[in-house]
Design a protein around this ligand. Structure first.
Ligand SMILES: [Zn+2]
Length: 413
């Protein structure tokens, strides 16, 4: 066996021959002088063998790292003339036309970035983080180009912050598949209109049977305008969050008015008030009970919040409506300003909240969405650019399995 053949088998090289190789000891690099299988000369579009008209200058493609040796392919691509497509650069079997890394490395990079942070992936692949981010962006843009949203019947819209909370993006989810189908820069009506006008066709808009979003007028307006037939359900998590914030507002007011001695009792209440009744421990319950004597107003707010949890368990819409109405009356009587503000919002969206009961957008869907948002937030919150942020979302929770788009012969994991 010749050394060239050994290298080809050992490194599992596909679609190419190794003509020569050279170790650059100082750079820890292995240069492989390669040529495409059966001399290449294929048209990149129609795959026909064509006449060579020009030889371009030598290019280098980065491949995987093997035992700390970074493998590079070196080859001078040729320009060919195709009878149908004219003058083109010949097809490069191991990499995309303008890419500087091979498909193999691309696949590794995509899979690594899907399961770990970009920093860790960069370390394993021997890139700097900025280089990795650039390569990633190019690959994802190429793979997603021409991709169309399919079978969208239940749509969820939400905003999410990136760049450490300084900037916003709008996410559109497919609520049946738990996937993000679109990411837009900015928040509000202009952003979401781009999605409905430019991304979806009229037919696709008609196919949407239900929509879910937070209580912002922009998203509600957009769904009602573009999909008039869809059932609109307000997202459960946003309602719960609004109520939690109202309770916290009551706590803050009391804290401001309290004396030093009273403050001691109010310490550590913040997270306790946020807790759902199902994850409350015995000592938590004791603290909350003591609150009844300690601070009546906070206690009253918390009781209201706790009672509201029941609403989500109702099965029949009329019973839920009766509950919600009586809860609102009690809440209004509480004389707690933040809670009353919350009731006002509820009243404004009364029928949209009731659609939650008996609609197909159930608890599980909401949980699924929450999970996606958590993944994205954990992994993407530090991202400075919108570009890197969208890449990560499409790669981890997007509606298309991006690594699977690389041809199977280059998937080496
Ligand atoms: Zn051709």
């Amino acid at each position: 066996m010749t050394a060239n053949k050994f290298i080809r088998i050992f490194l599992r090289l596909k679609g190419l021959f190794v003509c020569n190789f050279h170790f650059r000891i100082r750079d820890k690099a292995l240069d492989l002088y390669v040529k495409p299988y059966r001399n290449g000369r294929l048209c990149p579009i129609c795959n026909r063998r064509c006449k060579v008209v020009w030889i371009l200058k030598e290019r280098s493609w980065r491949d995987v790292v093997v035992c700390k040796w970074t493998v590079y392919y070196k080859y001078s691509p040729r320009e060919i003339i195709c009878l149908t497509h004219g003058r083109k650069q010949e097809k490069i079997p191991w990499a995309d036309a303008h890419s500087r890394i091979t498909y193999r490395l691309e696949y590794l990079m995509l899979v690594y970035c899907q399961i770990m942070t970009q920093k860790a992936a960069a370390m394993l692949l021997g890139f700097s983080t900025s280089t990795l981010s650039n390569h990633l962006h190019r690959s994802i843009t190429r793979i997603r180009s021409g991709h169309r949203i399919r079978g969208l019947r239940s749509v969820g819209i939400d905003e999410i912050s990136y760049k450490k909370g300084k900037k916003y993006a709008t996410l559109v989810y497919d609520l049946e598949r738990f996937r993000v189908v679109w990411v837009g820069k900015g928040k509000g009506r202009e952003t979401i209109d781009i999605f409905f006008n430019d991304v979806l066709s009229e037919y696709q808009k008609k196919a949407i049977k239900s929509g879910s979003c937070d209580m912002s007028a922009a998203y509600i307006g957009a769904i009602e305008h573009h999909c008039p037939d869809a059932v609109l359900v307000l997202d459960r998590f946003h309602i719960v969050k609004a109520l939690n914030n109202a309770v916290d507002e009551v706590r803050k007011q009391q804290w401001r008015e309290a004396s030093d001695c009273e403050r001691k009792m109010l310490k550590g209440l913040r997270w306790l008030l946020y807790k759902h009744s199902s994850n409350r421990s015995k000592s938590d319950s004791r603290t909350l009970k003591a609150l009844k004597k300690g601070n009546r107003r906070i206690h009253r707010a918390w009781v209201l919040k706790d009672e509201f949890e029941q609403f989500w368990n109702y099965k029949s819409p009329w019973a839920a409506e009766r509950f919600l109405k009586s809860w609102m009356t009690t809440a209004l009587k509480s004389r707690l300003e933040p809670i009353r503000d919350f009731v006002k919002t509820l009243r404004k969206h009364f029928h949209r909240i009731l659609t939650f009961i008996g609609s197909r957008i159930t608890n599980a869907v909401a949980e699924g969405l929450n999970r996606i948002v958590k993944i994205v937030k954990n992994r993407a919150s530090g991202f400075r650019t919108f570009k890197a942020f969208t890449d990560l979302i499409y790669l981890t929770v997007g509606d298309m399995d991006i690594p699977a788009q690389i041809s199977p012969e280059f998937r080496t994991l």
